[in-house]
Design a protein around this ligand. Structure first.
Ligand code: ADP
Ligand code: MG
Length: 694
């Protein structure tokens, strides 16, 4: 008998997980068997319906079941390029399938062998129906994908889908299932699958609905764990208390006068509410929720300046280098007249200090700034490394909190001061989630809404361009560049093996630079670039000679380049409405008219969904529409590094999220230290530790 795999064991225990596979998993944030089982497929391919060759139409994605007639190697004129042609039949007809550079298929495709083929049908004269590089599987063995709803996992490095599926099957067969933390009766009441069944359902579903049931159960656990962890931290914070910051009216007046624009009513209200919160010796917990471009950064800067004025330190934590940098630049501008020492702390070695870029801050210098105190630090989670948080930290500002792990949040709140107090907490988000959801996800906190847009903003003209109509978008971009404005082009990630978007961005650049955007200076931004290269590209786009930025959706979060007035989103049907709205928010950041073009080849309901973007400008309303349409469902965290707090739960999981909140409250009411819930206690500790690994 095989030795069972345990949940906490490293993935190196999986038979067949070679070094390159482990490396790929590592880069996807998968270290243990448990990580592997809880990393969901990105999507599913439905191969469960077998199509007959006679019924297969041009362009269809099909799975065929049939017999090998023969397989031959074709003569190719290109060196080191081999084509193999499989002739295949079922009882309704014949078809060819082409394979490239896979000499072993000659061995596999022996006449008479029964196999499955899955792929896209092309009808090409004179060959008739053809499949190009289909996936195939022997029909005699237990099938991994063909004939089923097959999981499609996120890939990295040299890891391929087939290997991933095979290893996953091995793990599912050999794992020792952990005990379910939710009692059977509770599961029944909440209509949730048992843990074991849920995990099986997401990796080996009987149907798409089955997979979704599985995901919902896992989302419940994720949110409940998160809630319990937040609850524990809240309890400790409340007991600890916070340094009270008295309101300084003179300074507030001076700060408002120094701003380059008048604050909107909602900005004022948010600042005012937070200033009042901080006057108390209980830690503030406030969330500022405002649509993209509503101007949250200035609110943060105001509060930071006020706390600094009172003699304490402030830290602002942002989820990406680009964002942290941008916040630092905004702060620099807004602090210019107030002599406030601040520094940008990210993983890159060039650290903006007092606005002087040439200045490279060494670790020791960051630490000495922190030790000195009364400073404003802006950064990514690099800020949380030992010794970088000032001991007199009185205000912690977190941009998009749900993108951070529980451990990171705790390090920020509980890991800095040594006088037993905790800093006040201000969270900011542009994620348009309903109030009750926000309360649940961020822990119970007070919410300030910024609805009102800064004066003079025009609505962003949005246009869906189908097929050939793309030319309209390119024309608009050329016109904008003619007016010395800037433009974005966003590319979707098409191929899961291209998680960093290198291929999609490069392909787009190739076709545009020789076609509709010939002669225009194009910059590229994708996940493979080094932080420094990203910075240089952003800088060239902002102030230099890059006029059009071709990027993956990394620009989704918060990039602020006011001269950019046109954004074109390629393959728009692949994005959720909420995400499209975030992307659209990259333009319309000045008083110049802006436009957003959604480029697509999709038809039917997908096209109609995109049309809502033309009608609806408001992010919150779009989120509601998205909920109604129940599209793909945007994830609450992001999938990119695997470290974020929520990778399974989605915005559309409102019912699950409130169930989890109620359950968390129930547990915390009677058992705040989780002594009677050891399984949850372990889960919460695991959450914390996972984030500390960083
Ligand atoms: P977000 O809420 O998306 O983070 P930002 O803070 O980046 O928005 O602000 C978006 C843009 O609006 C910035 O260029 C900022 O300078 C500008 N802005 C913010 N508040 C105002 C205001 N009250 N009046 C005019 N412009 C403003
Ligand atoms: Mg922002």
């Amino acid at each position: 008998m095989e030795i069972m795999l345990h949940w906490e064991e490293p993935v190196s225990f999986v038979k067949g997980a070679t070094a390159p596979v482990r490396k790929a998993w590592e880069s996807l944030g998968i270290r243990t068997i448990g990580d592997l089982l809880l990393t969901l497929p990105r999507r599913y391919d439905d191969f469960s319906r077998i199509t007959k060759i006679a019924e297969a139409q041009n362009g269809d994605f099909v799975t065929l079941e049939g017999t090998v007639v023969k397989c031959i190697k074709l003569n190719s004129f290109r060196k080191r390029f081999a084509i193999f042609r499989l002739m295949f039949e079922d009882e309704t007809g014949k078809l060819n399938a082409n394979f490239f550079n896979q000499p072993w298929v000659l061995e596999e495709f022996k006449p008479g062998r029964k196999i499955f083929l899955s792929g896209k049908i092309a009808i090409k004269a004179p060959y008739g129906k053809t499949l190009v590089s289909p996936i195939w599987e022997p029909a005699e063995a237990r099938t991994l994908a063909a004939g089923k709803v097959a999981p499609v996992y996120g890939l990295a490095g040299t890891l391929i889908q087939k290997t991933y599926r095979r290893l996953m099957q091995y793990v599912l067969e050999n794992v020792e299932w952990p005990e379910d933390a939710v009692a059977a009766g509770e599961l029944e009441r909440m209509k949730l699958l048992p843990l074991q069944e849920a995990i099986r359902a997401v990796h080996e579903p009987n149907s798409s609905n089955h997979a979704e049931q599985g995901r919902r159960r896992l989302a419940f656990d994720e949110v409940l764990g998160y809630q319990l962890a937040l609850g524990a931290e809240r309890k400790r914070s409340t007991e600890a208390g916070a340094p009270a910051i008295p309101f300084d009216q003179n300074f507030a007046k001076k700060f408002v006068e120094s701003l380059p624009y008048p604050l909107t009513g909602d900005q004022k209200k948010s600042v005012w509410a937070a200033l009042q919160d901080m006057e108390r010796d209980q830690p503030m917990r406030r969330l500022i929720q405002g649509d993209v471009g509503s101007g949250k950064t200035v609110v943060a800067a105001f509060l930071a300046a006020h706390v600094h004025r009172h003699g304490y330190s402030v830290a602002l934590l942002a989820p990406t280098d680009i964002l942290a940098r941008q916040h630092a630049i905004t702060f620099q501008r807004l602090f210019a007249m107030h002599n406030i020492p601040f520094a940008l702390v990210t993983r890159t070695d060039k650290r903006l200090y007092q606005g002087r870029e040439e200045e490279v801050l060494k670790n020791e210098q960051v630490e000495s700034l922190a030790a000195q105190g009364n400073v404003v630090l802006v950064g990514t989670h690099a800020l949380l490394e030992n010794g970088r948080l000032p001991k007199d930290l009185a205000l912690a500002i977190v941009d998009e909190q749900h993108r951070f792990g529980v451990g990171q949040r705790e390090a920020l709140l509980l890991g800095s001061r040594d006088d037993g107090h905790v800093p006040h907490l201000l969270s900011m988000t542009a994620t348009p989630i309903p109030r009750t959801l926000a309360l649940t996800l961020y822990g119970d906190l007070d919410i300030s809404l910024i609805v009102e847009k800064p004066a003079g903003r025009l609505p962003i003209t949005t246009k869906v361009c189908h097929g050939e109509q793309r030319e309209k978008a390119y024309q608009a971009i050329r016109d904008a560049i003619g007016r010395k404005e800037k433009a974005y082009i966003v590319c979707p990630l098409i191929d899961p093996s291209d998680a960093l978007g290198v291929t999609s961005v490069t392909e787009e650049w190739k076709s545009l630079s020789k076609g509709p955007l010939e002669g225009i200076k194009l910059g590229l931004l994708h996940g493979r670039l080094k932080p420094k290269e990203k910075e240089e590209t952003m800088e060239a786009f902002k102030n230099g000679d890059v006029d059009v930025l071709i990027a993956t959706s990394v620009i989704e979060v918060g990039v602020d380049v006011p001269q950019a007035t046109v954004i074109a989103i390629e393959g728009a049907e692949r994005f959720g409405l909420a995400q499209l709205h975030q992307l659209r928010g990259r333009v319309g950041r000045s008083t110049m008219p802006s436009s957003c073009y959604l480029l697509t080849d999709t038809e039917g309901p997908g096209l109609e969904r995109l049309m809502t973007m033309e009608r609806v400008q408001d992010g919150f309303r779009l989120a509601e529409e998205d909920l109604k349409l129940r599209g793909s469902g945007q994830l609450l965290g992001t999938q990119q590094s695997g470290h974020e707090a929520l990778t399974i739960a989605r915005i559309t999981d409102g019912d699950i999220i409130s169930q989890a909140r109620d359950e968390a409250r129930r547990i915390l009411d009677t058992d705040p230290d989780l002594t009677k819930h050891p399984l949850w206690k372990r889960a919460v500790e695991g959450m914390r530790d996972a984030a500390h690994l960083e």
